[in-house]
Ligand binder design. Structure first.
Ligand SMILES: Cc1ncc(C[n+]2csc(CCOP(=O)(O)OP(=O)(O)O)c2C)c(N)n1
Length: 303
């Protein structure tokens, strides 16, 4: 299966077979960020090895990319499909849906309707009732699920995958949820929404708490297991930080390469400026280093 996703609001964080961030092993990110240029950027990573497209920063552009990837799987008659995750700011969504429906492309559109696009509530984004009706309008089999129910998500994606491959069809899943955190570290969401609302979703509606209740009710999880697991994960995060800190910092030239064939004058001027000023160079290297550290801090903070 090929995965394509958006960088923001899409944090998946698993700890199973080693420490994973957005489905990629931390050790893989650590080594590859210092090896392959296209994988270097912290939140715009990708992985050929894991069939993971480079993350799209421009919202929704990953959706037509995924349809293209899935269409190539169809042309090669592969027993596989592609999946893309996105939020509710979905400009390119429409072209992608139409193409996928008309060309019968094996692709899963996974819309996380978390109620917000930064500070814009969903009712100011859509006149329609969410995203699921749009799928129906394009002739795409569509389902709306409780996005805070881990089992519902598992079942929906499992079925969608089977159907996408067997029937060579796109499938849209709209998972209703809530963005309980701020949009980014520079956002303060209490400026545009009530704290009570946030707390309500963080309480009983929290998907992790709900899933935990379920596995506890089956006798598969206990407080002791939880604390052992947490301390093991803390250790893994601490180790990941140590490894990340040892990674060689990229050369300053990398900031100016690989975007333009012929760099514009202002970029050349900036490069000259940076090279002339050794103090600035140090600051920039430090800044890049801090970006990496913030990323690792963010991971450890999640625990
Ligand atoms: C084309 C484009 N316009 C604006 C932005 C700035 N931007 C970054 S995230 C975001 C909101 C995304 O909201 P949503 O699609 O609901 O995704 P979520 O963050 O909820 O996952 C915007 C407008 C962008 N990245 N790309």
């Amino acid at each position: 299966m090929i995965l394509c996703s958006l960088s923001t609001g899409n944090l998946e964080f698993y700890c199973g077979e080693g420490l994973l961030y957005k489905s990629l092993q931390i050790s893989y990110l650590e080594t590859n960020m210092s090896m392959e240029k296209e994988d270097k950027c912290l939140s715009i990573y990708g992985s050929r090895k894991h069939n993971y497209f480079t993350v799209a920063s421009t919202v929704a552009t990953q959706i037509p990319h995924t349809v293209g990837a899935a269409y190539s799987l169809k042309m090669e008659k592969q027993d596989s499909c592609a999946i893309t995750y996105f939020g509710t700011s979905t400009a390119d969504f429409h072209a992608a849906m139409n193409f996928a429906a008309v060309m019968e492309v094996p692709v899963i559109f996974f819309c996380r309707n978390n109620g917000w696009a930064i500070n814009t509530p969903v009712h100011e984004q859509f006149g329609s009732d969410g995203g699921v009706v749009k799928g129906k309008a394009y002739g795409v089999p569509s389902i709306r699920i409780d996005g805070n129910d881990a089992l519902a998500i598992y079942n929906a994606v499992h079925e969608a995958r089977k159907r996408a491959i067997k029937e060579q069809t796109p499938v849209l899943i709209e998972a209703l949820t809530y963005r309980a955190g701020h949009h980014t570290t520079s956002d303060d969401s209490t400026r545009y929404r009530a704290i009570d609302e946030i707390e309500r979703w963080r309480g009983d509606q929290n998907p992790i708490k709900r899933f935990r209740k379920w596995i506890e009710s089956r006798g598969w999880w206990k407080d002791v297991a939880e604390s052992e697991y947490r301390s093991s994960i803390r250790k893994q995060v601490a180790q990941a930080i140590q490894v990340a800190e040892r990674i060689e910092k990229p050369p300053v030239a990398d900031m100016f390469n690989d975007v333009y064939d012929v760099p514009p004058r202002n970029l050349n001027e900036q490069e000259v400026f940076v090279r002339k000023s050794s103090r600035n160079t140090e600051k920039i290297i430090l800044l890049m280093f801090h970006c990496k550290a913030i990323f690792i801090f963010y991971l450890s903070h999640m625990l």
